[in-house]
Ligand binder design. Structure first.
Ligand code: PLP
Length: 380
């Protein structure tokens, strides 16, 4: 799995996880789009190709080094993750595979569909929040600062960025060079930042070329705050201009994981910087284009996709149509999630039930009481 890149990761030792992405040269989609060097880096479950991420998204790649680094540096403390679902599912899977406790905080609405593992989630505590993603983050942050716990840290967590950056290493190892172009759908942009940082290190390594890939990043219309800010030439997001009627827009998008409202765009080393430094582009892909891309990909490559990955393919199609990329350029398509249908053929999924439910304003004292009780049961 991803431990084959351990020298590039901020940990001392590997854990027992064998989770990892796969990169292969596309035949079907490449031919259809007339691209001779299209490489697909697939972060999901696709055993026929070697894709071994059982929770079916690249969020699991964050979990592997993050749990190991917490184990090495904050021994005994329990990691707390708040997410809209894919990240919490990834951490739940890895926590269960290496037998380490974890606390996840997820909006109630997403739990049925998104919270499951392929192995029994014995040491996972799941706190349901009656509210949205922002409320879950707020509750998660409070819990993370309790005694004996440690907040996972988001984009500022180097293990998280480097874990997602493994896709760049996997692609470079397969291409035997850096790609000319990198395509991905972004919500926060954390994954793209992680990939870009790995590309910078690869340039310093020297064996795989000296040119950074151009970052081609996409959002799902009508919720496109980063695309709007970048296309206006601004290095910061102005909420009223870039995401008016955010709630309504978020309701409409097909790829709901791309609904981050406060992405690390303006911060040094953030999304603005990587676009600027790589001469990159932002794309806006609507639901119809995303669904067309989904059908094309499943017909030509033989696997089902996460809606976010369909948005990335929509952007690749736009770039090809506009002539923005050369036919023989080396292209890395970061397929950030897929194989949800495929995994159900091979595994009985364990649905994770909430241990308790809170609201956005529930007293921390109550939450802590419930949590300590759960942890006592689960760490027995
Ligand atoms: C979270 C997610 C993304 C977006 O990643 P960011 O790092 O938030 O930009 C894309 N695809 C999938 C499948 C995801 O779960």
């Amino acid at each position: 799995g991803l431990w084959r890149f351990i020298d590039w990761l901020p940990v001392k030792n590997p854990s027992s996880s064998d989770s990892g992405p796969v990169t292969y040269r596309s035949e079907g989609l490449g031919r259809e789009l007339g691209l001779s060097n299209l490489y697909i880096t697939f972060s999901g479950y696709f055993p026929e190709k070697g894709g071994n991420i059982k929770t079916c998204s690249f969020k699991e790649l964050e979990a592997v080094p993050t749990l190991q680094r917490a184990h090495e540096r904050a021994r005994g403390k329990i990691l707390v993750i708040a997410s809209a679902g894919n990240t919490s599912r990834g951490f739940s899977q890895i926590s269960s595979s290496i037998d380490t406790p974890v606390i996840t905080v997820v909006p109630s609405d997403y739990i049925d569909e998104r919270m499951w593992t392929t192995i029994e989630p014995k040491k996972v505590t799941l706190v349901a929040v009656d509210g949205d993603y922002t409320d879950a983050i707020k509750v998660g942050t409070e819990i993370g600062h309790l005694d004996g716990m440690i907040p996972e840290g988001g984009v500022k967590n180097v293990a998280r960025r480097d874990g997602m950056g493994v896709v760049m290493l996997d692609c470079v190892a397969r291409m035997k060079r850096l790609p000319d172009h990198y395509f991905q759908a972004i919500g926060s942009g954390a994954g793209a930042i992680g990939s870009f940082e790995m590309a910078e290190r690869t340039v310093r390594d020297g064996r795989f070329g000296d040119t950074l890939p151009r970052m081609h990043l996409a959002q799902n219309k009508p919720f496109t705050p980063i695309s709007n800010a970048w296309n206006s030439g601004r290095d910061d997001i102005i909420a009223e201009e870039d995401m008016p009627d955010a709630e309504e827009a978020i309701e409409k998008i097909y790829a709901s994981v791309l609904s981050t409202r406060n992405p690390p765009y303006a911060v040094k080393g953030g999304v603005y910087d990587i676009l600027k430094r790589s001469n990159g582009s932002m794309y806006m892909v609507d639901n119809t284009e995303a669904k067309r891309a989904e059908k094309l990909f499943s017909d030509l490559e033989g696997i089902d996709l996460d809606p976010a990955a369909c948005v990335a393919i929509g952007a690749l199609i736009q770039a090809t149509d506009s002539g923005g990329i050369g036919k023989d350029d080396y292209i890395m398509l970061n397929v950030t999630g897929g194989g949800y249908k495929r995994i159900e053929e091979d595994y009985n999924l364990h649905r994770i039930k909430p241990d308790f439910v809170v609201g956005p304003t529930t007293e921390l004292e109550y939450i802590e009481g419930e949590l300590r009780e759960c942890l006592k049961q689960k760490t027995k």
